[in-house]
Design a protein around this ligand. Structure first.
Ligand SMILES: [Zn+2]
Ligand SMILES: [Zn+2]
Length: 265
């Protein structure tokens, strides 16, 4: 049976399908737990090109709640993928996890702050000082204690070209924080579906970046293997491959069953 805690909906403007479309595919594909973690809206309606608007939040919640009723054989969780920033911590804690009773939220560092600006983690070439800023940002998200796991912590592999001492030390910084805070890290299936990257070391996936996970084996951390589905047919996509990466490096799977407690109550 599969568990996938990273699923989007059409509301983020770069995914297809609604909650019930994913649930139908999940039922046909031996999925026991389907967690929705669409890109969160922000209280100031920032970055709405890749996320729902604040006024769509109610529709997202009711889509999840009505699908929970329609598909009782499937455990459907109400989550959100968030950009961490101090100014949003109150919204995540009091509004999403508090008043709106989300089962969990996750952090994804799609941008990171640098000299007063937010920089994309995907594009261009990332220099050493930028990777340091990225790692510091991910560590702040881990230390916030708000997130059930960190989505694609090795996303920097899409912008940083070659594994080097700096990549290793920034990765160690992230891994050590995850170990200390007991926050699981995600081996992301979406990265495995994206075009490969040609580097001086040869072809590799942008993320998961294998050197990161090889290094992770030196730490007492837990991992979560998700499809990061952006269309219903991808509900279990690349989860097997992500699990085989975990096995290759001897990484232990996180037990996220505690997230379901709200559902069974
Ligand atoms: Zn997305
Ligand atoms: Zn993401």
């Amino acid at each position: 049976m599969y568990k996938n805690y990273h699923t989007h909906t059409y509301r983020c403007k770069h995914a297809q399908g609604d909650v019930n479309d994913y649930a139908k595919v999940a039922i046909d594909n031996k999925v026991a737990v389907l967690g929705f973690s669409d890109h969160t809206p922000l209280p100031d309606n920032r970055w709405t090109d890749v996320r729902m608007e604040l006024q769509e939040l109610g529709g997202y919640i009711s889509a999840i709640e009505s699908t929970q009723i329609d598909f009782p054989q499937l455990t459907i969780l109400k989550g959100m993928e968030c950009e961490f920033a101090d100014e949003y911590a109150g919204f995540y804690k009091d509004e999403l996890l508090g008043r709106l009773k989300f089962d969990y939220i996750i952090a994804g560092a799609h941008y990171y702050p640098l000299n007063g600006d937010w920089v994309s983690s995907y594009n261009g070439s990332m220099e050493k000082y930028q990777l340091k800023a990225y790692a510091e940002y991910v560590v702040r998200a881990i230390n916030s204690g708000l997130f059930a796991f960190i989505a694609h912590p090795d996303l920097f592999g899409s912008a940083y070209e070659q594994w080097d001492r700096n990549a290793a030390s920034c990765s160690r910084y992230i891994l050590e924080a995850a170990q200390d805070m007991k926050v699981p890290l995600e081996i992301n299936g979406y990265g495995l579906r994206k075009p490969k990257r040609t580097t001086p070391e040869g072809m590799r996936s942008m993320y998961p970046w294998m050197q990161f996970w090889e290094l992770a084996a030196e730490y007492d951390i837990r991992v979560v293997m998700n499809s990061d589905a952006h269309k219903p047919s991808d509900v279990t996509a690349n989860i097997d491959e992500a699990c085989s990466i975990a096995r290759r490096y001897g990484l232990k799977a996180a037990d996220l069953s505690y997230l379901e407690k709200g559902r069974k109550a």
